[in-house]
Design a protein around this ligand. Structure first.
Ligand code: AMP
Ligand code: ZN
Length: 113
C-alpha cells in the first residue's frame, strides 16, 4: 500500500519514535508547529476519521490515552496541549492514515485558522 505512515510503521521511511506498542506508534512531526509536536497513529491502516467504526473505539481511545501520557512525560500536561485529528480537505488532512497531533509547549490559538 502506498501510504507514508504505513511505511514509517514498517521502518521503510525513517522517523523519530517517541513510543510504540503492538497497536500504536508515536513519532515526531517532521515540520513541528509547536515546541512539542508528535503524531500518534494506529499501526493498522485507517485512512481517515470517516473510516472509523464502532469496532475501532478502543483503538481510538488508546490513541488519546497515549497522547495524555506523552503530554505528562514531556512536561506539557499542566501548561496545556492540544490533541487533534484533521479530516479531509477543509481540515487540511494531507496524510490519509489517521494521526492524532499532540501539540504543546506554547500558547495555541483558537479557533484554528
Ligand atoms: P495532516 O495535515 O493532519 O494530515 O498532518 C500530516 C502531518 O504529517 C503534518 O504535520 C506533516 O508535517 C507530517 N509529516 C509528513 N511527512 C512526515 C514524515 N515523513 N515524518 C513525520 N511527519 C511527517
Ligand atoms: Zn497507512
Amino acid at each position: 500500500m502506498d501510504c507514508l505512515f504505513c511505511k514509517i510503521v514498517a521502518g521503510e521511511i525513517p522517523a523519530t519514535p517517541v513510543y510504540q506498542d503492538d497497536e500504536v506508534f508515536a513519532f515526531r512531526d517532521i515540520h513541528p508547529q509547536a515546541p512539542t509536536h508528535i503524531l500518534i497513529i494506529p499501526k493498522r491502516h485507517i485512512a481517515s476519521v470517516n473510516d472509523l467504526d464502532a469496532a475501532d473505539a478502543a483503538l481510538v481511545g488508546k490513541l488519546f490515552l497515549t497522547g495524555k501520557r506523552l503530554a505528562a512525560e514531556l512536561g506539557i500536561a499542566e501548561s496545556g496541549y492540544r490533541l487533534v485529528m484533521n479530516t479531509n480537505a477543509d481540515a487540511g488532512q494531507t496524510v490519509f492514515h489517521i494521526h492524532l497531533h499532540l501539540l504543546g509547549g506554547r500558547t495555541l490559538g483558537w479557533p484554528p485558522g
